[in-house]
Ligand binder design. Structure first.
Ligand SMILES: C[S@@+](CC[C@H](N)C(=O)[O-])C[C@H]1O[C@@H](n2cnc3c(N)ncnc32)[C@H](O)[C@@H]1O
Length: 228
């Protein structure tokens, strides 16, 4: 996977993403948002927000920042915010999840839904999510991980050479998801389709986040347009 092939895949998907992936992925999205202890007043970063299907499900008094690498997906999310008058959405920014332009400890919770097997480097994704999460904050990942069913496993391996085209790695194993430093794992839950997708929930233990490098003065520096 590389950024160019991801953008190209999601340019193709954008128009019919909601119809195809909306209902299939909905239980996981709802589960993650419900699992945030209390969303009240929290500033939450959603990484790989896509077309913004989750956005209406956050509490009105949250502040949601969504980022995505695909302008085609973000355009649909921006339209949704406008159509549904989602005032709790602080910004939708075009940004690489592996190189977030936010200061350390900027968010009370950081969530990535169906993104870990799409990005080129899941280790960079997790390090960046951890870096911007405040001490005591929640970090959640929902993803499909390689199946233990031999038939499904065979199909996933068969699809792997097509990853660049389909826009995700079908055979990513749970063991490939790095444990973020300074976080404890609270649990792994079956999210949807009898556990085909799983929710992994971590909490920042309060020690300093693992920051490969600091990002300076704290402001977000979107690489292109923002929507407030
Ligand atoms: C399967 S979609 C999931 C979208 C949304 N989270 C949902 O629940 O429907 C994966 C999303 O991750 C985005 N993405 C992939 N690589 C990314 C990266 N490096 N940085 C930011 N977003 C990325 C894609 O553009 C796409 O919108």
């Amino acid at each position: 996977m590389d950024i160019a092939s991801i953008k190209s895949a999601y340019r193709r998907y954008a128009r019919y993403y909601d119809r195809v992936f909306g209902p299939i992925f909905a239980p996981g999205r709802n589960m993650a948002i419900e699992q945030l202890d209390s969303q009240n007043g929290k500033r939450i970063l959603e990484v790989g927000v896509g077309t913004g299907l989750s956005l209406p499900h956050y509490e009105d008094d949250t502040r949601i920042v969504g980022i995505d690498i695909s302008s085609d997906m973000l355009n649909i999310a921006r339209q949704r915010v406008q159509d549904e008058n989602l005032g709790h959405v602080e910004a939708l920014l075009e940004m690489d999840a592996e190189n977030l332009s936010f200061e350390d400890n900027s968010f009370d919770a950081v969530i990535a839904m169906y993104v870990a097997s799409v990005v080129p480097n899941p280790d960079r994704l997790m390090a960046e999510m951890a870096r911007v999460c405040k001490p005591g904050g929640d970090l959640m990942v929902i993803n499909h991980f390689a199946s233990h069913n031999p038939l499904l496993r065979g199909m996933e391996r068969g699809l792997t050479p097509l990853s660049r085209f389909v826009g995700f790695r079908p055979s990513m194993d749970l063991s490939e998801l790095p444990q973020p430093q300074g976080f404890e794992q609270l649990g792994i839950y079956r999210a949807n389709m009898m556990g085909y997708w799983k929710l992994v929930h971590y909490r920042h233990t309060g020690s300093a986040p693992s920051a490969p490098e600091s990002k300076g003065n704290g402001a977000a520096h979107p690489s292109s347009s923002a929507h407030s």
